[in-house]
Design a protein around this ligand. Structure first.
Ligand code: UDP
Length: 600
């Protein structure tokens, strides 16, 4: 069989046809007026491309003629249905009737092979029923994704391509007809994907119904020869992604109990949901098609493992699906959303692993600091990184201090990662050095001085000088190193108190600095007290900050660890916070009080 020839023919027909329809739709949409009929020609292009490639073989193969004829009828009925308010039911009925006719023509699931048995079980009168149900499921699920037409076409092309590879891998048990049809389907669907975005503007479903029906029909023909694994595996890819996309919102609601599923007001499909959350159309298409590619690879792996026992294959499928879902979830947390929006007018505190967290940006930090300076009574700001969050889980004193702080800004990639995993609106980190600079700017704007406490002798003075160079009008009330005895402490507190700074930067390391501030907060009377860790070392120039690209990539921790290998044990906090977040995620929510890791 000339696979390459039929593939080229279907591409040669589908590609220019899709380009012409695309240009025509652009022209049509650019013109005001109407009313225009809703139309989606992707299914028609598919049928024409398939017919052209199969033309020389049509006479010898009545099955294909029947599939094409059925496809044409479905396209017509669905196109009518698109322009009629009760269209959904009409299309469904159409698919059902045509599936029954196909079944009558011999295109039907006849036998199945149960996983643990070697024998085929004849379906008898159930065969046509299974065929009808299968074709209806395929059409309906593909139609669910019709608003992003690239998805049904892409899934169809990828599923057909995989079916073709399966046929090549196992030629003795699949048969050439399925391979031939699959390779043409792949060639007719995939070239349309880049043009599909505009076609979907018509919001019509005829194309998606036809695509779904054709994929379903081809899979039945592919499954005729060996139902044992094709019937079990190919459906995984064919309906895997559309099914997941259509049922995702039900599954998401399940976390809140069955009532939420039954009484949910709005049930969008996964792609609608993602679009509403600000992901771009291409991001969503990429995610759904990426998921299909993953399932296709899984199927190829299983075909390759055909000799292995069913139990092992089942374990592989479950593990791969669980991994895929986790990966998808993580990816979604990290993909940039177009609708990140402006910093909120009022910062809404969230709770991360039982701790308060204010999802502020550096611009918000400046505003908040100016407000604190105006209020003139003591405030405490904490910028916890992953190690501080982990430490707070075990150190009740530190937890209490964080709980009572006036502002808890996220520092460190680990905290942002955990927050994103838990779907909390924390997108940027406020690195210690940047925070120090913002606070000093706020102090300069409000004509208040800063006091620097901490670091080795000379560090605070050097950092103060550098800050004064960068920030015009910044006054420094005083400096003191961080290596003092308990006896010296009252003297230092008195020095700070008497100089009445607006901002006190304390660099003694976590958690000592937080505990020190808490102990003296009222006595000092400084409007803003903050623990700044190693920031003074960096600002003074004693230590270098990570290059900007590493800061942007959230890899500052890696740079610091390479420079100071003694910090290696602190890295444990990163996997630990990720693990705690995943555990939190899987925990069923409390019905009463607000759970940690959710918005307040
Ligand atoms: N430090 C101090 N006195 C001490 C211990 C530490 O002044 O008794 C200083 C130390 O010199 C460094 C800072 O506190 O400048 C702690 O930096 P580290 O990098 O450990 O803190 P992180 O930024 O990780 O919280």
């Amino acid at each position: 069989m000339d696979y390459l020839g039929s593939f080229s023919t279907s591409v040669a027909v589908a590609l220019p046809a899709a380009a012409i329809v695309y240009l025509w739709e652009r022209w049509r949409l650019a013109r005001p007026g109407g009313p225009y009929a809703r139309a989606d020609f992707s299914g028609l292009i598919l049928l024409i491309a398939l017919a052209a490639a199969w033309w020389p073989h049509l006479a010898d193969n009545p099955q294909l003629t029947a599939v094409l004829f059925g496809g044409g009828l479905i396209f017509l009925i669905a196109a009518l249905a698109d322009n009629w308010s009760k269209g959904w039911w009409l299309a469904l009925l159409g698919v059902g009737v045509i599936a029954a006719l196909l079944s009558y023509q011999g295109i039907t699931v006849r036998v199945v092979n149960l996983p643990f048995s070697q024998d085929d079980i004849s379906l008898g009168w159930l065969g046509p029923v299974v065929t009808v149900v299968w074709l209806v499921i395929c059409s309906v699920l593909f139609a669910q994704a019709a608003t992003i037409l690239a998805v049904p076409l892409g899934v169809a092309g990828l599923a057909a391509g995989t079916l073709f590879l399966v046929c090549l891998l196992q030629p003795t048990i699949t048969g050439p007809v399925a391979a031939f049809m699959a390779v043409m389907m792949c060639g007719a669907a995939l070239p349309q994907v880049p043009f599909a975005r505009l076609l979907s503007y018509a919001q019509a479903r005829a194309g998606a119904y036809t695509v779904g029906y054709l994929v379903g029909a081809i899979s039945i023909i592919g499954a005729l020869k060996n139902t044992a694994f094709l019937v079990a595996l190919v459906p995984v890819i064919i309906v895997g992604v559309p099914l997941f996309a259509a049922t995702y919102s039900y599954a998401a609601e399940l976390r809140r109990g069955w009532r939420a599923v039954v009484f949910a007001e709005r049930r969008g499909h996964l792609h609608d949901l993602l679009l509403r959350q600000g992901y771009s159309e291409w991001q969503v298409i990429g995610l759904l098609l990426g998921g299909t590619v993953y399932l296709c690879l899984l199927v190829l792996l299983l075909v390759w493992m055909i000799e292995v026992t069913f139990v092992v294959k089942t374990v592989v499928v479950i593990a791969a699906l669980a991994f895929g879902l986790l990966f998808l979830y993580t990816l979604l947390r990290f993909l940039p959303q177009s609708r990140t929006g402006q910093p909120p007018a009022t910062i809404r505190q969230v709770r991360l692993l039982g701790m308060p967290l204010d999802p502020i940006t550096l611009a918000d930090a400046l505003e908040e600091a100016e407000r604190f300076l105006e209020e003139d009574h003591p405030h405490m700001i904490i910028t916890p990184d992953a190690s501080a969050v982990i430490r707070a889980q075990r150190d009740p004193e530190l937890r209490e201090i964080i709980e009572q702080a006036d502002l808890v800004a996220p520092d460190g990639a680990g905290v942002v990662l955990a927050a994103r995993l838990l779907n909390l609106p924390v997108n940027v980190r406020c690195a210690g050095c940047d925070m120090v600079e913002q606070l000093c700017r706020a102090a300069a704007n409000k004509r208040r001085a800063v006091y620097l406490l901490g670091g080795e002798p000379g560090v605070a003075e050097q950092a103060a000088a550098n800050l004064q160079q960068r920030i015009a009008g910044l006054q420094v009330a005083g400096c003191h190193d961080g290596y003092f005895s308990d006896e010296e402490e009252p003297q230092i507190v008195e020095d700070i108190r008497s100089k009445r700074p607006g901002v006190l930067l304390v660099a003694l390391g976590i958690p000592r600095q937080e505990k020190w501030i808490k102990k003296h907060l009222e006595e000092l009377g400084v409007p803003i007290c903050i623990g700044v860790g190693g920031s003074l070392d960096v600002i003074s120039g004693r230590k270098r900050r990570a290059p900007v690209w590493m800061q942007r990539a959230g890899l500052e921790w890696l740079y610091r660890t390479i420079k100071e290998p003694s910090r290696l044990p602190r890295l444990v906090a990163l996997p630990e916070i990720v693990w705690m977040s995943i555990r939190e995620l899987l925990r069923p929510p409390d019905t009463g009080s607000s759970p940690p890791g959710s918005e307040d």
